[in-house]
Design a protein around this ligand. Structure first.
Ligand code: NI
Length: 195
């Protein structure tokens, strides 16, 4: 069983409390990976640049980031797009482009002739994983997946120990205890492209 009932252990009894505020529009889960798994997001500067790219693009093409975790070589996010819109691909193109053109490390890495001929720099994997969130339970599973991800990847001992995560906001809002996922494995058994 995947989901969250009040009888389950491991902090899930808290999780039933959180619900998305009802708003129209589609919600998506994304996984974006760096080119060749370059460890790009290892410092404040690159994480801040990614955040700035998102804010800049949001001003032009609105969407809301509902949950996010940024790891050295990939990140996961849940977005909600306004009603009647589903063009996340254009938003991702703008975000990736903004970042690539402003990140000093974009040029100092070998790329492939095919990418060079297209003017692509060695920053992003071309493909990314997207999943349309089906319902409340699916949303919660993906939110948990995001927040547990640094532990799953062996980068942190607990979700609360990872800096670049919306987990801290969710804790402040009372949706998790601050020690959720610490010391006990959280099995969020969803298929998200192996990331
Ligand atoms: Ni991951």
């Amino acid at each position: 069983m995947l989901c969250c009932s009040e009888t389950q252990q491991n902090g899930y009894n808290l999780i039933v409390k959180y619900r998305r505020t009802k708003a129209p529009g589609s919600t998506f889960f994304f996984t974006v990976v760096t080119f060749d798994r370059r460890k790009i997001f290892t410092n404040e500067q690159t994480v801040a640049l990614l955040r700035r790219a998102i804010v800049v693009v949001q001003a032009r093409r609105p969407f809301k980031v509902e949950a996010a975790v940024i790891l050295p070589d990939h990140f996961h996010m849940i977005w909600r797009l306004p009603e009647g819109e589903d063009d996340y691909a254009a938003r991702w193109r703008l975000i990736k482009s903004y970042f690539t053109h402003r990140w000093p490390g974009a040029c100092d890495y070998p790329t492939t002739p095919s990418r060079q001929s297209k003017g692509e720099r060695a920053v992003w994997q071309r493909r990314y994983w997207e999943h349309l969130i089906r319902d409340e339970a699916d949303w919660r599973r993906h939110v948990d997946y995001i927040h547990y991800n640094p532990v799953k990847h062996g980068l942190a001992r607990a979700p609360g120990a990872w800096q670049y995560s919306s987990f801290h906001t969710f804790v402040k809002q009372g949706h998790y205890s601050s020690d959720w996922g610490a010391g006990e494995e959280v099995d969020v058994a969803i298929e998200v492209g192996g990331e």
